[in-house]
Design a protein around this ligand. Structure first.
Ligand code: GRG
Length: 296
């Protein structure tokens, strides 16, 4: 399959839906909606929504039905980047190749834009649930799992662990715990939510969750590798920052070659988790392989 064309088509689909869910509004909160819009549309690979749609289709579901959840995941992801870039956290000036939200606007607006995106994500999912009559159980389960993955049991908790680990040595086990929460939880939730909305069987959802977990870990390892080896211009943000901030990373704990080798092994395991799926899971297989060659 032509992954590049597939990704472009999917990005277009997601971007059009995001525009519809989050139009620029006028009025007293114009500045806030402009800031939310700015960060959401300033770039981004749309990996989480694309995974969600691909998982729905892998179980024979309809990507259109998964779009609200897919877009909600991108809103949550974008909020996490806005807050992560704030001076109180990573204090970054550049994200997705453009000034970070607090640089383009100001700190208070960036905090509110993150809050607005997080809340809008749940509004989007709830509004869609009301439209899908008769599927309330699935909709509620999806919202529950996305909330758990985004909150203190998942991404927010992982961010706390990451901040607490700065400047000290961590074991491989601790590193994995941090990243399973900080990055892996939302990526896994994207796949699991897609499988549920798509009507997957219990076994299919379990296999796809396994795929999502391997995908999430591999994503983080390759993110760490790109911080060491990537080009800032291609990534749209500064590189070499992990070392500067004494962050716990896979290359730091394992060494570069062992980290690369581990990523390769995890991709094989992710693809193995899809063994019982036919052709329909090919995009998910290709997305896992793409992690090893991505440059941004
Ligand atoms: C502040 C609540 C809160 C959470 C922050 C995800 C996260 C937790 C922080 C982001 C910092 C970071 C660089 C994490 C590493 C992995 C990651 C999420 C990279 C960015 O995701 P991509 O590559 O970004 O999917 P795009 O821009 O393509 O959407």
């Amino acid at each position: 399959m032509d992954l590049k064309a597939y990704l472009e088509e999917r990005r277009g689909l997601v971007n059009r839906a995001l525009e519809a869910y989050l139009p620029k509004v006028r009025g007293p909160a114009f500045r806030l909606s402009r800031a939310m819009h700015y960060s959401l549309f300033v770039g981004g690979k749309r990996l989480r929504p694309i995974l969600c749609l691909a998982a729905a289709e892998a179980v024979g579901g309809d990507a259109g039905e998964a779009l609200p959840v897919a877009c909600a995941l991108e809103m949550i992801h974008t909020y996490s980047l806005i807050h992560d870039d704030l001076p109180a956290m990573d204090d970054d000036d550049l994200r997705r190749g453009q000034p970070t939200c607090h640089k383009e606007f100001d700190e208070a607006t960036a905090i509110l834009a993150g809050d607005g995106l997080l809340t809008e994500a749940f509004h989007t999912m709830a509004a869609a649930a009301l439209r899908f009559e008769g599927r309330e159980g699935v909709s509620l389960e999806v919202m529950r799992l996305v909330a758990a993955a985004a909150g203190y049991q998942g991404m927010v908790g992982g961010q706390m662990l990451d901040l607490l680990a700065e400047g000290r040595q961590v074991s491989l086990k601790e590193l994995e715990t941090i990243h399973r929460h900080k990055t892996g939880a939302l990526l896994t939730a994207a796949v699991r939510a897609g499988a549920l909305v798509g009507g997957g069987s219990r076994a299919e959802v379990t296999f796809l969750t396994g795929y999502g977990e391997k995908f999430g870990l591999t994503f983080q390892i390759t993110d760490d590798l790109l911080d060491v080896e990537g080009e800032a211009a291609e990534m749209g943000k500064a590189t070499g920052m992990d070392e500067k901030r004494q962050k716990a990373t896979y290359p730091a704990v394992l060494g570069l070659e062992a980290a690369r080798e581990w990523a390769r092994r995890l991709v094989e395991e992710a693809i193995t988790a899809l063994e019982s799926f036919q052709e329909r899971a090919e995009p998910l297989r290709e997305l896992a392989r793409y992690l090893l060659v991505r440059r941004a």
